[in-house]
Design a protein around this ligand. Structure first.
Ligand code: ATP
Ligand code: MG
Length: 747
């Protein structure tokens, strides 16, 4: 089926109407009174004048945007521009704000959209055609139009916060436009093909320009829904339809019954029920059977009878089909149309109670208990999942990331910031705090609003699922990875002047590594396109991922902004613990110092630091030898640290040969030198030789080094690249640097 007028599919040629009015000699801008849109294929022309309403290409080909033409101009670059006032369908407005209207909204109703943040300067070539918009006074109801012509009604405006009736001045101005249009329209539409008679012009233009079969039928369908099928014409059509479909239905019901029978045998009842609901839903949508009837016929009447219970409870019980249906509009249906559903209800055995009662999580009816003592309170505050009230020692990083995103939001452009650092350096927590503050600012109208989405490499089963997730979060569509990649590429390369900027966090980027590196490459590439309006904050442990991905491509073109989070120093860790404890006296001062020093010496990982502190409070609470003060002491902390680092790995490192230990030290030395988490054997060998000189040990030969490396690889201490590159083989640690450091320091 042919789609609606995307520019690629139906080429349109645009030319100015009327003489240019030079508005600025210096900037060479010329204003025009109208634009002539000529369809190359159908040889039709239409003229759109200032003040008229137009459809503008959007992301969704079936739902073009509606706008009023305010200005038409051309600048020095010879590009044709239009300035518009946007009008939005209800579906374009934020979900949580729609309920402010407190009434049903017809699909033909649009709202004068004064919400800030949309670009109003568009490329003329995104204009599809003109469209009729009828203004309504507050007391007027939105009329129901059944003929196929696309008409919109406007009676309220939306300013990003609330809905308001159109002001009298605006209303009369819009009415004026409408009147002019009515008088002028036959003259403005012209057709160049002489064989077509004038009375067909409008139709011709309509069908050639707007209407693919699917979109027309969709239009009709939505109108029928809006009409509540009260118009005689629609009813006649439906009855005819129902005759054919009744036959179809009977066939289908038999099929369903058969499927149900098998399913019952397999104890898969519930799924099939859902399936049949879906199928029935599609059929009856076609027939416009009332939702209520369907519910009565199909759903067990008792299982959801407690649906008045709390949201929380409801969401745990998969009675979702009913919930979904209930939320959709209920239309009153003439009795004569109920035939097909009667057939169904007669033939389908009614289900009264669900056989397999859905498992549900017991509801907690008591509030969680308050922490009983200081130690427990401290434990809560130190928990890694507790969001800290403030982020000491990351003020600068916070500000840099904030400024980066803020400036892009204000400019309406995009970009990518690459944030790297070893584990536990506060990357995730800082970036989330930035987003929280930006959202706050947007809510207070200090910043353009934006759409925020997040993906995490750790939570994806496959790197290519990143495409699927991003698309789903952006548009709600669920498609395969390959298709999602195509749709995203298209979305980010097509100008969508009305689209808000998207801020995307990609956490644990390291895990999106693929052989072709396409996922990471795209993530770095999309934001560089001007139309994308995409800001990506990519978080990774590895510092040089971009270089490795861009090896063959021009890395500089990407203009990456980088930021690296340094491991915390002992002073910083101390400050982080203290600020989290927030004056709760649970630790002796030197105990906090000991944890901080130990962790800073090993890795500077705040997560590990907090873990050790938490464990210390437990050891303190349950140990027989309480300190005099009753607080966590150095002894408790020492015990926690010992526990934490008593993995079998650490023991086997301690029992490894001298040169094997030396090799591990050399690896860490090399990682620290390069700031990377990977090195070649050759690089490590240099470090190894240096360490041997310091310690006065005999320097091993290259083949000895290779043997050491492969043995450590066999023990799974190391990940060694499996190829024959000899000294150029790349090596990574398979255990944490902390563990290695700890094992080697204890001698
Ligand atoms: P990874 O690379 O492993 O994902 P990360 O750098 O994202 O690590 P976070 O998850 O941000 O680390 O931080 C680890 C823990 O340390 C979190 O619980 C976080 O709350 C805490 N933390 C980190 N930095 C600070 C800070 N400056 N103030 C308070 N808490 C912090
Ligand atoms: Mg993280």
């Amino acid at each position: 089926a042919e789609n609606m007028n995307t520019r690629q599919q139906c080429k349109r040629i645009y030319s100015w109407v009327g003489r240019a009015k030079s508005s600025d000699q210096q900037l060479k801008t010329f204003q025009y009174r109208g634009i002539l849109i000529k369809s190359e294929r159908s040889l039709t022309e239409m003229c759109v004048l200032l003040g008229e309403f137009v459809l503008v290409e959007g992301e969704n080909a079936d739902q073009p945007f509606v706008a009023k033409l305010l200005k038409l101009y051309e600048d020095g670059s010879q590009e044709k521009h239009a300035v518009v006032q946007w009008f939005s369908r209800i579906t374009e407005l934020p979900l949580n704000k729609r309920k402010l209207l407190q009434r049903e909204v017809s699909p033909q109703e649009i709202f004068l959209d004064k919400a800030p943040g949309y670009d109003t300067d568009i490329n003329v070539e995104t204009i599809i055609k003109n469209v009729k918009v009828i203004p309504l006074a507050p007391e007027e109801a939105v009329p129901v139009r059944s003929n196929g012509k696309q008409i919109f009604f406007v009676k309220e405006s939306w300013d990003g916060k609330c809905f308001k009736p159109l002001s009298p001045g605006l209303l009369s101005e819009l009415k004026e436009t409408e009147k002019n249009e009515r008088v002028g329209s036959p003259k403005t539409d012209r057709i160049t093909r002489s064989t077509v008679k004038t009375k067909n012009i409008q139709m011709e233009i309509e069908s050639r320009h707007s209407a693919s079969k699917s979109s027309l039928s969709k239009e009709r369908h939505s109108q029928r829904v809006a009409n509540g099928i009260n118009t005689p014409g629609a009813r006649k059509k439906l009855q005819l339809n129902s005759m054919y479909t009744a036959i179809l239905l009977v066939l289908l019901i038999h099929l369903l019954l058969f499927a149900k029978l098998i399913a019952e045998l397999l104890d898969l009842e519930t799924e099939v029920l859902c399936l049949s609901i879906v199928q029935h839903r599609q059929l009856s949508d076609f027939l416009n059977i009332s939702e209520q009837d369907r519910e009565d016929d199909y759903l067990p009447s008792t299982d959801c009878s407690d649906s008045s219970s709390s949201e929380e409870e409801e969401s745990m019980m998969p009675c979702t089909p009913k919930r979904k249906m209930r939320s959709s509009t209920t239309l009153s249906t003439p009795k004569s149309l109920r035939k097909p559903s009667d057939i169904i209800s007669a033939k389908t055995p009614r289900k009264t109670t669900p056989r397999n009662a859905t498992p549900r999580i017991p509801i907690r009816n008591q509030a969680t208990e308050k922490p009983a003592n200081v130690l427990e309170e401290a434990r809560l505050r130190l928990h890694v999942s507790t969001i800290p009230g403030s982020l000491p020692c990351r003020e600068e990083e916070f500000q840099d990331i904030y400024n980066f995103v803020e400036s892009k939001l204000i400019d309406g452009t995009g970009g990518c910031m690459y944030i790297s650092g070893v584990p536990g350096t506060g990357k995730t927590v800082t970036v989330h705090e930035v987003i929280r503050c930006l959202q706050q600012a947007a809510e207070n109208d200090e910043l353009p609003s934006f759409q925020f989405i997040e993906i995490n490499g750790m939570k994806l089963t496959d790197p290519h699922q990143a495409y699927v997730q991003i698309l789903q979060l952006l548009t709600g569509q669920k498609v395969t990875a390959t298709h999602a990649a195509e749709l995203l590429a298209k979305l980010f390369s097509t100008p969508g002047p009305k689209r808000k900027t998207t801020v995307l966090i990609v956490d644990e980027l390291d895990l999106l590594w693929t052989r072709k590196q396409d996922v990471m490459y795209n993530l770095f590439d999309w934001p560089t396109q001007k139309q994308a309006k995409l800001i990506i904050l990519a978080i990774a442990n590895t510092m040089d991922l971009p270089e490795r991905i861009m090896m063959n491509r021009v890395a500089s073109r990407l203009g990456l902004t980088r930021m690296s989070f340094q491991p915390y120093t002992y002073k910083q860790l101390q400050q982080i613990i203290s600020s989290r404890l927030n004056h709760i006296k649970a630790f002796e001062e030197d105990a906090i110092q000991l944890v901080s020093r130990k962790v800073a010496a090993l890795s500077g990982d705040a997560r590990r630091c907090l873990d050790i502190c938490r464990r210390s409070t437990e050891i303190c609470e349950f140990s027989s030898q309480k300190s005099a003060s009753g607080l966590v002491s150095m002894a408790h902390v020492m015990k926690a640290i010992d526990e934490m680092f008593s993995s079998p790995y650490i023991n086997s490192i301690r029992n490894a040969s001298l040169h094997e230990q030396m090799f591990l030290k050399a690896i860490i030395a090399e990682f620290r030198r390069s700031g990377l988490e990977e090195a070649t054997v050759q690089q490590i060998y240099h470090q190894h030789v240096a360490l041997c000189r310091i310690e006065g040990l005999q320097i091993p030969t290259v083949s000895e080094i290779m043997a050491i490396c492969s043995r450590l690889g066999a023990c799974r201490f190391l990940l060694v690249e499996s190829n024959n590159k000899y000294l150029h083989v790349r090596v990574r640690l398979n255990i944490s640097q902390d563990d290695v450091m700890y094992a080697l320091k204890q001698e």
